[in-house]
Design a protein around this ligand. Structure first.
Ligand SMILES: [Zn+2]
Length: 274
């Protein structure tokens, strides 16, 4: 699964958060009775992720899947299909409950249960962690350290990887920063009662391509490009076409390579620790 990361290349990571219906349930437990609301999220593991796997297989590109443990247990086929396509499978909580709303004990339990679920489904212990809703708590980093994580992909305070001031059994924990501007949800997430227009595909493309051009221009300063998508949102045919158009643009640039988050984290852990 690991590939050699070329230090001279600009590093692009395509990441998919397979929330399925877990985010809708975490948002409002009453949604458990709303079969129609839950079906929006269920599109991810049932249909969306498979269309995205097809696209990336056709392009010969890797990706990283962040999955809540509960979703991995409910949809093992979707997670195994991702792993079989060469995608890294990483941790995204257990019930998709934002850690900042949990007690330390609840958060610790979510992390352990999430690791167990992913190991059961893929046969591999996850090394990366993205918190549900990017809502890190004051305890998260210490819990990641106790549970041997290699990297976190949660922070918006930089656009180059950096080392957190804590170590785990995997060494210093690497941060692979993210941002809402490189996420599909702010553009396309639509759910009642908070009705708002669905953004034009061209709107997302303009943000994502301009961010790419800007970060690529600073590639000698370790900048990276981490795009976050959700299979229930970006697995729709129109948005898969949008992603393909973006990939085509990225691939027109010299000295660019696509990697899993794990590969990039290992690379930077070694180079930043020197
Ligand atoms: Zn999520």
């Amino acid at each position: 699964m690991e590939s050699t990361v070329d230090s001279k290349k600009f590093k692009v990571m395509l990441t998919f958060d397979l929330d399925a219906e877990s985010a809708f349930l975490a948002m409002d437990p009453d949604n458990a009775h709303r079969v129609g609301v839950l079906s929006q999220g269920q599109y991810g593991p049932k249909v969306g992720v498979h269309r995205l796997i097809e696209l990336l297989q056709r392009k010969g590109l890797p990706a990283t899947l962040f999955v809540p443990g509960w979703v991995a247990e409910k949809y093992p086929d979707a997670v195994q299909a991702s792993a079989a396509a060469g995608w890294e499978v990483a941790h995204h909580g257990y019930h998709h409950i934002p850690p900042a709303t949990q007690t330390r004990e609840e958060e610790a339990e979510s992390i352990v249960k999430g690791i167990d679920a992913i190991q059961k489904v893929t046969g591999r212990i996850p090394v990366g962690y993205r918190s549900p809703s990017w809502d890190f708590s004051a305890n998260t980093l210490e819990l990641l350290s106790q549970n041997g994580f290699l990297y976190s992909s949660n922070m918006m305070d930089n656009d180059a990887p950096y080392l957190h001031p804590v170590e785990s059994s995997a060494g210093p924990i690497v941060e692979l920063p993210i941002q809402w501007i490189l996420d599909d949800a702010p553009f396309f997430m639509f759910s009642r009662p908070a009705v708002r227009p669905i953004s034009a595909l061209s709107n997302a493309y303009e943000h994502w391509s301009e961010e790419f051009e800007g970060l690529y221009a600073e590639r000698d300063r370790n900048k990276i490009y981490v795009l976050t998508m959700h299979p229930f949102i970006s697995g729709r045919p129109s948005r898969v076409r949008l992603l393909e158009k973006l990939i085509d643009l990225i691939q027109q640039h010299p000295d660019v390579a696509f990697y899993t988050c794990e590969d990039v984290a290992r690379h930077y852990q070694a180079s930043l620790s020197k």
